[in-house]
Structures are given as C-alpha cells and as structure tokens.
Design a binder for this molecule. Structure first.
Ligand code: F6P
Length: 325
C-alpha cells in the first residue's frame, strides 16, 4: 500500500539548515498527499510518542532560521534494544510507516538499528556542523559554521595584529578537524591543531611559531579544534605560557558556531535532501542516507555509516603552513 504517514525528526547537535530540510520534507510530502508527524526532541520523541501533526503552514518562515523547530536531543535510552522494540511497535500502532532522520553518525546508527531489527523504513539527511560523515562531501550546518568562525576570527585578527599578540582560537570538533582545517585556510591562520593530525602537534606548533617569529611575524592566529590531541585551546595555551612564557590570549568560539541563519548552500542542500528523502521513501527505498559527491546528490545504504569517518584532506592541512610564510 502507498505510504500514507511519515515522521520527521532532528537528532544530535542542532545545525543550521535543519529547518530547511524539515520544511522540504513536509512540503514534498503534502505535495504527494502524505501526512507528516513532527517528532519532538529526536529519538526521545519516539520513546515518548511525542509526534504531533506537522503542517505546511507550520513550516512558514523557518527556512532562514538556525536551530531546529522540532528541537533535538542525544537520547541514551534508544541504545537499549527493548526501547527500540517498543518504539517500532508504537510507530506501527500509530500508522507511521517511515521516518526521515536529520542528524549525524549517532543518529544514523540508531536509524540503521531500527530498520535492521524492526523493518521501519528510515531515510537519513546529514546534519552536523562537523562535516564528518562517510560518503558525503557536505553535511548541513558546516558551511554556516565555517563562515561564522571565519567572520569571528577576522575580528580577532584586527586585535592580534594591533597588539602583536598570539591568539589561540578554539573551534568545534570533538572528533573531527574538518571545521578547524577549513577555518584555518579561510582566515589565513598561522597554524592549525586537530584530532586526526599525525604529527606531535605541540612540537610542530612551537617550531612553526618560532619560524614565524624569525621571519618577522609578530602576531599569529592558531586555530585549535576542540578535540585536538592536547585537549583544546586552553590546554595548549597553558603549556605555551608555562614552557615559553608567551603572552597569549585564548578565545573559545563554542556554540556561537552552531547557531545563526543558514548560508544559501545549507538552505539549498537542506531543501534538496528533504525533497529527495520523501521521493525515495515513496518509491520504496527503505534504509538509506543522502549525501553530496562532487556536487551531485547521492544516496547510500544506512549501513555505510559504519565506514571510516572522513579526515581533513592532507593537502588542505599542509597549505596552512605554506600560506602562513
Ligand atoms: O556534533 C556537533 C558538535 O557541535 C561537535 O562539534 C561538538 O563537539 C559537540 O557537538 C558539542 O555538543 P554539545 O552541544 O552537546 O556539548
């Protein structure tokens, strides 16, 4: 029988562009005569059966808004097999035959389990500012977060050069250096530290700063990913102060990077993926997530989420030192 009712949820850290995807899911579904339920607070809303109807009119003027109108959460309870079994039974009883899940790798892992164990059709839309999902060049929120970080660092640069100071600026990324490396290039940083880097990052940083100084550079900006091997910008700063007596400043950009109005690219991809997710569910696809490969919209099986996470391309991280000369 044709799909009649689907649920949409956002899960994990919020990311600009999630609202664009929600709006597109709802409007494409309405266009195809399908009812949509908006599940509140990610997987927690499935557990709580908190899934009221979501209409096209409720999606008015959300395209340009950051965050997620459905709210989000990281739900530990969903790790329990018994909880997933109950959720599947509740979804069936309610007539919700398929889910669109907007989130990152944890969210897609949950979706994969729900499908494999209980046959609930699940479509994933990549939504995380970290841009660290296998099989897609882009995730919703990355472009916006990158631009936010670059804009903030441009301001810090004014002060750094006026005072001839070293600034360590921490960007998000507990397990991923994607945001850090791209930010570093876009703001002309003198160095970047990030979790996947193969080198002894602290020693490399000291050498880099020393060589900058010898070449007459009197101010520097170092971008540090939250999850770098030293444990973030505060720790790196403490070590530089105590071992070398440097007068430096640390700025942690934090959640400023996650909020704000999505860029045009995040709105466009949120819209494209939202529409495609519904079309594919209607066509009978049951367990997939969408992505972008060299500018093209692609679909991958949900199980591909377990493939290795992409790392910042080495040719990009190597550019940082070259361009700082
Ligand atoms: O996954 C996105 C992300 O912003 C990471 O970069 C960051 O480490 C994490 O979420 C922070 O999560 P929370 O807001 O729950 O502290």
């Amino acid at each position: 029988m044709a799909l009649q009712r689907l649920g949409v949820l956002t899960s994990g850290g919020d990311a600009p562009g999630m609202n664009a995807a929600i709006r597109a899911v709802v409007r494409q579904a309405v266009f195809m005569g399908i009812e949509v339920r908006g599940v509140h607070k990610g997987f927690q809303g499935l557990v709580d059966r908190d899934w009221p109807a979501l209409t096209s009119r409720q999606c008015a003027n959300i395209l340009q808004r950051g965050g997620t109108i459905l709210h989000t959460a990281r739900c530990q309870a969903f790790l329990e097999p018994a909880v997933r079994a109950q959720v599947a039974a509740d979804l069936r009883a309610e007539g919700i035959e398929a889910l669109v899940i907007i989130g990152g790798d944890g969210s897609f892992t949950g979706a994969d389990l729900l499908h494999r164990e209980h046959g609930i059709s699940c479509a994933g839309i990549p939504g995380t500012i970290d841009n660290d999902l296998p099989g897609t060049d882009r995730t919703l929120g990355f472009d916006t977060a990158l631009n936010t970080a670059v804009e903030a660092i441009d301001r810090i640069r004014d002060t750094a050069s006026s005072h001839e100071r070293l600034f360590l600026v921490e960007v998000m990324g507990r397990r991923s250096g994607m945001l850090a490396v791209h930010t570093a290039i876009a703001c002309g940083a003198e160095a970047v530290l990030y979790p996947e880097s193969a080198e002894d990052t602290f020693e490399a940083l000291v050498n880099q700063l020393r060589s900058n100084w010898e070449r007459g550079k009197r101010s520097s900006i170092v971008v540090v990913a939250e999850g770098d091997q030293e444990g973030g910008a505060m720790k790196v700063g403490e070590r530089l102060r105590s071992e070398f007596g440097l007068d430096l400043r640390v700025v942690v950009l934090g959640h400023i990077q996650r909020g704000g109005s999505p860029t045009a690219m995040d709105r466009i991809w949120g819209s494209r993926w939202g529409v495609e997710a519904v079309k594919r569910l209607v066509a009978g696809d049951t367990a997939f997530y969408l992505g972008m490969d060299s500018g093209r919209l692609v679909s991958r099986p949900l199980s591909a989420i377990h493939e290795p996470r992409p790392e910042p391309p080495r040719e990009l991280s190597e550019l940082v030192a070259v361009l700082a000369r």
